[in-house]
Write a protein that binds this ligand. Sequence first.
Ligand SMILES: O=C(O)C(=O)Cc1ccccc1
Length: 385
Amino acid sequence: MAASSSSSLRIPAPTHHPAAGARPRRLPFHAVSVRPRRSAASASSSSQQAPAPGDGDDADGPTGVPVPVPFSRDSAIALPRPLTSADLTGEASGEGLRVAYQGCPGAYSEAAAKKAYPSCETVPCEYFETAFQAVEKWAADRAVLPLENSLGGSIHRNYDLLLRHRLHIVGEVRLAVRHCLLANRGVKIENLRSAMSHPQALAQCEQTLTQLGIEHREAVDDTAGAAKQIAEENLQDTAAVASSLAAQLYGLDILAENIQDDADNVTRFMMLAREPIIPRTDKPFKTSIVFSLEEGPGQLFKALAVFALRKINLTKMESRPHKKKPLRVADDNSTPLKHFDYLFYVDFEASMADPNAQNALSNLKQEFATFLRVLGSYPTDVTEA
Ligand SMILES: O=C(O)C(=O)Cc1ccccc1
């Protein structure tokens, strides 16, 4: 497979489906320390299921469990061969994996997918939701989607989609985003009236665009899509805020580089899969959860104390309206509807294989949370963004 191939979204023949009748397995948070055995047959026939880089794999095999090889004197029978380290090297690079992202080729999300899985085949998707569906329907093996940006903040849509879908976070990837100003050949900065891009990209370059005298903003679904539209429509008064790769792919000139208002502009993406990875404790891990709470004073304070008391560091917290239960109704009907109901998304620095983290979540569930779901426990991205 080509190292940097890309194809549009289509549903392939179900060659990687689990065995008929096999159901996707989710590990409840209290059971994640159990390491399930994988047979040699399942290990060799379901390469799409095996962990990818950042999915916690290593040369000892994804579970660290020796793979049993059945013995037979009949050499004509095709027996599964033992899994080798070489097999896992391919997995580690993402070779053979189809990775869905939102946007057109040249979008930052595609660069993030390539950083996470360098040899993967990238699958552009129209919307975030399409990328979730692509993995759920086996048109892709992973999705890489943005969660938060150091300047623009959280991408709320993806938090909401995490709850609506049943995918698992299996890794995170941080990407330094360096925006360029792109326009058709011959267009000069002084000809420009409008800048077109993803809303986050426009927000990240707001001051620079204003300083350049560009007054209008046009928000579109992704940065590379803006570059494509400007090239296809041969716009003469509009520039795209996008990557240098997008300039190359759509034949645009780069009028200015590094136009983001803050030099340290980093976006954090999540890697999603149908199955969770087996959490480990031999390297830094993060865990992402979502929960809701009872009404009452100090409930959130008490809920977060389950981490503080165990010296577990929180790295992110986001609250979102509970769409299925937007309002709280007073029990006695004496008060009008006025309390909003929220879901709390929290990332903390611990692996679900760590008993300390398991105890924190047991405590949260038993004493405070009316709902709790572990979205994933995955290796922290410690690489340079
Ligand atoms: O539009 C893109 O290229 C994306 O991948 C989304 C995005 C937009 C701005 C910063 C980082 C990611």
